[in-house]
Ligand binder design. Structure first.
Ligand code: NAD
Ligand code: ZN
Length: 370
């Protein structure tokens, strides 16, 4: 059982991880309740608010007001916006500010931002003085539906993305969908790619909801966004609860990511955002499943069609460097004994692991992205 804030006006999804269990609070315009929730889950220590240069000017004052309202003193730390903040040099400057503030283990790190801030702040929280409490206040759709849940924290190293990190669970996640109004369209699309992923692997009703309410989602209708975030969180929370450290089932969340990561690495110059690369990876995986006799053609078409509705790419356009993409995939950290463990859909709402695909099948699916 996860204890939750009395009188909260939004919805709550529990993440059941024994003594590390925590709630995800979701609603529209709930930021004023953040202070009360933080006091409830983290006690009365001080807060270190970590944000980025885009999100801070928009929402940090609302967060500070809410914390001040329950007598929580706050230090604000602003990192540059963007993936380049997930590196050790930035972590060191954050540590410096925590030392100046004399941060203690009774204090709480609050991550206010997208997945970059969440991963950076989570890593700082996991490591400073062997662990401060932390909470996630995700502000991008991708962070609300994916990166803020599950306790993966980390930064990049020149030799590999997300290679330095720890599993470290927050005390709570607090997602106010009202902040999505200022999220750039392209970033909204990236969160929708992960939503389509969750729906395809686990939940055909959710997939139908995405199809039916696509227009309302794109126009950021709040009640529909709350429903969308709740459904995503339920799926991710359930998978994480079953396999916190990704030794088995959690791997299904890699649907679309095997080819997607290769696209991000090999075609870095074409500037695909993560969600866009995942969309392309899901298209290729659905075609692989269809060719392998696992997925009916009309389901593969529905997946592609929903991605197009969300203005996500379904083709690379131009030359497809099949050799380079195939080689990059074989170097992925998830390849075991030379075999790629693909997550392939078997329907809308179910998937399986497949490791007996031939090189020719995989190459054909990559080439089909032309
Ligand atoms: N820990 C995990 O389990 C996990 C899972 C998936 C992805 N990730 C990581 O998440 C990162 C990607 O996250 P992201 O897509 O949120 O990127 P991001 O944090 O860079 O945010 C995208 C952009 O949107 C801006 N932004 C965020 N919220 C906003 C708002 N409400 N209004 C206006 N602008 C806003 C940010 O400043 C940034 O410029 C990657 O580093 C990836 O590795 C981690
Ligand atoms: Zn992803």
């Amino acid at each position: 059982m996860v204890d939750t804030l009395v009188g909260f006006r939004g919805q709550t999804v529990p993440v059941e991880l024994g003594e590390r269990s925590y709630p995800i609070y979701i609603g529209g315009d709930i930021l004023p309740d953040l202070g009360r929730a933080l006091a409830c889950h983290c006690g009365q220590g001080r807060a270190v608010l970590i944000t980025d240069a885009n999100v801070g000017p928009l929402y940090a004052s609302a967060v500070v007001d809410s914390l001040t309202g329950v007598d929580i003193k706050t230090l604000m730390v602003t990192a540059p916006a963007g993936e380049s903040s997930k590196r050790l040099a930035v972590v060191e400057t954050v540590y410096e500010q925590l030392f100046d503030f004399a941060a203690e283990r009774s204090d709480t790190v609050v991550a206010l931002g997208g997945g970059v801030v969440g991963d950076l702040a989570g890593f700082v929280a996991a490591t400073f003085k062997r662990g401060l409490k932390y909470v996630q206040v995700p502000t991008s759709l991708l962070a609300m539906v994916d990166s803020s849940i599950g306790g993966k924290t980390g930064i990049n190293h020149p030799r590999g993305k997300n290679m330095i990190g720890a599993f470290y669970q927050p005390r709570m996640v607090f997602a106010d969908t009202a902040v999505l109004r200022t999220l750039p369209d392209r970033e909204l699309g990236c969160g929708l790619a992960e939503s389509v992923k969750h729906a395809v692997i686990q939940d055909n009703e959710f997939f139908a909801m995405l199809e039916e309410h696509a227009g309302a989602i794109l126009s950021r209708q709040q009640d529909v966004l709350v429903d969308l975030v709740v459904r995503n969180c339920r799926i991710k929370a359930e998978v994480v609860a079953t396999d916190e450290r990704e030794s088995g089932l959690r791997g299904i969340l890699n649907f679309g990511h095997t080819i997607g990561h290769a696209i991000e690495t090999v075609l870095a110059g074409r500037d695909h955002h993560h969600g866009e690369a995942v969309a392309l990876g899901m298209v290729a995986a659905a075609r692989l499943a269809r060719q392998h006799g696992l997925l009916r053609p009309e389901y593969a078409e529905r997946i592609e069609s929903l991605l197009r509705t969300f203005r996500l790419p379904t083709a690379l356009g131009g030359d497809v460097p099949v050799d380079k993409l195939y080689t990059a995939m074989m170097q992925d950290k998830k390849v075991k004994a030379g075999r790629i463990n693909f997550v392939l859909p078997t329907s809308i709402g179910s998937c399986c692991f497949v490791n007996d695909l031939t090189e020719a099948e995989i190459r054909a699916a990559i080439l089909s992205l032309q």
